[in-house]
Design a protein around this ligand. Sequence first.
Ligand SMILES: Nc1nc2c(c(=O)[nH]1)N[C@H]1C(S)=C(S)[C@@H](COP(=O)(O)OP(=O)(O)OC[C@H]3O[C@@H](n4cnc5c(=O)[nH]c(N)nc54)[C@H](O)[C@@H]3O)O[C@H]1N2
Ligand SMILES: Nc1nc2c(c(=O)[nH]1)N[C@H]1C(S)=C(S)[C@@H](COP(=O)(O)OP(=O)(O)OC[C@H]3O[C@@H](n4cnc5c(=O)[nH]c(N)nc54)[C@H](O)[C@@H]3O)O[C@H]1N2
Ligand code: SF4
Ligand SMILES: [Mo]
Length: 745
Amino acid sequence: MTTTSIHHRTCPLCEAVCGLEITLQGRNVVRIAGDREDVFSRGFICPKGATLHRLHEDRDRLRAPLIRRGANPEDASWEEVSWEAAFAEVERRLLPVLEQQGREAVALYLGNPNAHTLAGQLYPRPLIKALATPNIFSASTVDQMPKHVACGLLFGDPAAIPVPDLDRTDFLLLLGANPWESNGSLCTAPDFPGRMAALRARGGRFVVIDPRRTRSAEHADEHVPIRPGTDAHLLLALIHVVFEESLLALGRLAPWLNGVEQVRELARPFSPEAVARVSGVPAETIRRLARELAKTERAVVYGRIGTHTVEFGTLAAWAVDVLNALTGHLDTEGGAMWPLPAHGQRGTGAKRAGFVLGRRRSRVRGYPEVRGEFPVAALAEELETPGKGQPRALITIAGNPVLSTPDSARLDRALRQLDCMVSVDPYRNETTRHAHVILPPPSALERSHYDLAFYQLSVRNVAKWSAAILEHRGPSEADILAKLALIAAGQGAAADPASVHSALQHATLARSIAAIPALSGRAVEELLAQLEAVDPTDRIVEILIRTGAYGDHFGVVPEGLTFSGLRAATHGIDFGPLQARVPEVLQTKSGSIELSPPAIVEDMARLSRSLGAEAGDGLLLVGRRDLRSNNSWMHNVPQLVKGPERCTLHIHPDDAAARGVADGATARVAGRTGALLVPVQVTDSVMRGVVCLPHGWGHGASGTKQDVAGERPGINSNILTDSERLDPLSGNAVLNGIPVTVELA
Ligand SMILES: Nc1nc2c(c(=O)[nH]1)N[C@H]1C(S)=C(S)[C@@H](COP(=O)(O)OP(=O)(O)OC[C@H]3O[C@@H](n4cnc5c(=O)[nH]c(N)nc54)[C@H](O)[C@@H]3O)O[C@H]1N2
Ligand SMILES: Nc1nc2c(c(=O)[nH]1)N[C@H]1C(S)=C(S)[C@@H](COP(=O)(O)OP(=O)(O)OC[C@H]3O[C@@H](n4cnc5c(=O)[nH]c(N)nc54)[C@H](O)[C@@H]3O)O[C@H]1N2
Ligand code: SF4
Ligand SMILES: [Mo]
């Protein structure tokens, strides 16, 4: 008889970090349910979490490394090889590029799931150090980079992103997010819908600003449609009204707010009437929302993908926090607040470094570096353009840029010419089919977990560590990345990853000792010897939480958090609601909040100019997410892709009629960079002038091996997005508000 066992762990699929209760019979998962005792999610779960084991079981998921034989993916054969042979092949291809063409001849792309694994959070750093290339790219520049830049400029720390205090607010103004499908982003809040129901039950209101009447908008008290790409205008108009009607309420933060008067000047041209013409939001609505925000004691503005992946993304991200600050809703209960995770430390104010942009420029077009990266929209041009510094090798880790980055048909072509491409990925998909070597990581059930990224963005201070529930044979993802670092550093494919692990632990602990007065003078080796955790990534978690905000500081704080304490709390630990953190959180050189930093003031001229531009009468393309999808990589799970076709073009009835396209017809959608054919769904959930396609589809290319996805391929919307349109400050791609034409195919 096989034994039944129950395991609790955190779902690693999206930012909501739900607790799962997983029932195993022997080695088989027989049930996944929401963990009712999870301190944060209280039983909430979505269809993706409930099918997490299907990814583990998926026959197309790679269990062993692959080497591609054949010049291109169309007529290649793939050979399963041992790990030794795979690393030897990586070395054979990578070293000549590094040695003959220099460090910049290697590029690295880091995809989204790196935010959801310990290895992906911890090991890119040693790998980047070993590669020593400036050519680093990631999914951040098709996502949240504008928010990092805004927070870097305002608060001095690009990682210090304030989140809406959902559980205590009485008014939420939500722009360009659809948490009913996405489950929230830069706002970790399992059961977002339940938290919004609670807000309404306590008499609060929430308003959704979106060109589409989304499921979130349907559940809101009010939906305000907006012309894509104009959130920055709208936010400046709200700021304008705050000054015009003397609604300013700086509150406790007043001594730390620099540049208030400059903001007044910046917002002056953005009268509600002027902005109404550009955004389609009536002037009276703008005035009313500004008053409601300012006059509600606990209120907050929050913006996400629809405000960030647009032409004025950084300005919109900046304006959100400025508006919160000016109305007394920053760093206060029910406003926008900074989490203090268990693995984080309070600032000491000792070394406030500030935030710097553009320390380097990209080779082809001279885009400024942001947080050590170049815009991924520039990856194809870097690979394509000959000359000194042209990347001839590419490493991708947990990314599928061929589907997820703009003008992706061009990137698909550029990947064919590489001398060496290595992908760390569990699937042979649209991107990894170009790799010479694919190195598959363990599945989510085979690794331990702790959310380094998302507890920094959580609406409560919580912590949970999850044990692996199935045994894994072969290298962990940390081992794989450590091996790549060793190969890049010239230490050879046979070198032991243990040296990278111990160097990382050493460095992490040394940093903590330097930061914590109570630990000063303690020896790194002495403290390393005290660690309980065994797995290399868990040992880093242990170092961070023991030296973190609630930690035992290696015995200095007797009641403080230890690794065994964290491990024993299988439903998580709740450290309570968010607390005020100004001034300790601020890392600007001045120690204040810089409301009008020069980079923003300069870019505001661009926004002001756009106020005069006439709104054209063409169609603008926006994206959408779907609860049962996860970017590009979960379409191989039958339970998630069944049902009606979801990769369809949403178009308003009037726009459809004007173009003679009926519901169910096939439309040809064309933009500057390409065209595609897609089935039409006529719906008044999109506003007039806007069409909508989901991203992450377009499967079935030859050389891929995702059979279920290949049966219902959909079409890649990023054929239409333009790699030459970027938000200048952040380098983020413009993925919403793309001019397109639609006609009957
Ligand atoms: N089910 C599911 N969940 C996911 C993901 C997934 O693919 N599927 N992806 C995960 C990832 S990586 C992320 S980053 C998060 C993103 O999480 P969210 O930010 O909630 O992203 P979306 O659901 O795409 O919602 C963006 C909304 O912006 C609207 N929009 C488009 N243009 C504009 C505009 O100019 N102004 C305004 N105000 N709105 C606009 C769109 O209509 C859309 O409803 O979701 C995560 N969760
Ligand atoms: N038009 C348009 N494009 C968009 C967006 C949009 O809203 N509209 N959203 C953008 C956003 S927010 C994001 S985050 C990006 C995502 O962009 P990417 O990160 O490039 O794409 P994903 O589809 O998330 O691909 C994830 C890859 O990681 C692999 N993977 C899954 N789990 C693991 C693991 O544990 N380890 C490793 N090594 N690999 C793993 C998967 O097989 C897959 O190949 O897409 C962006 N693209
Ligand atoms: S909402 Fe996100 S974290 Fe929660 S079960 Fe679904 S995919 Fe997992
Ligand atoms: Mo994302």
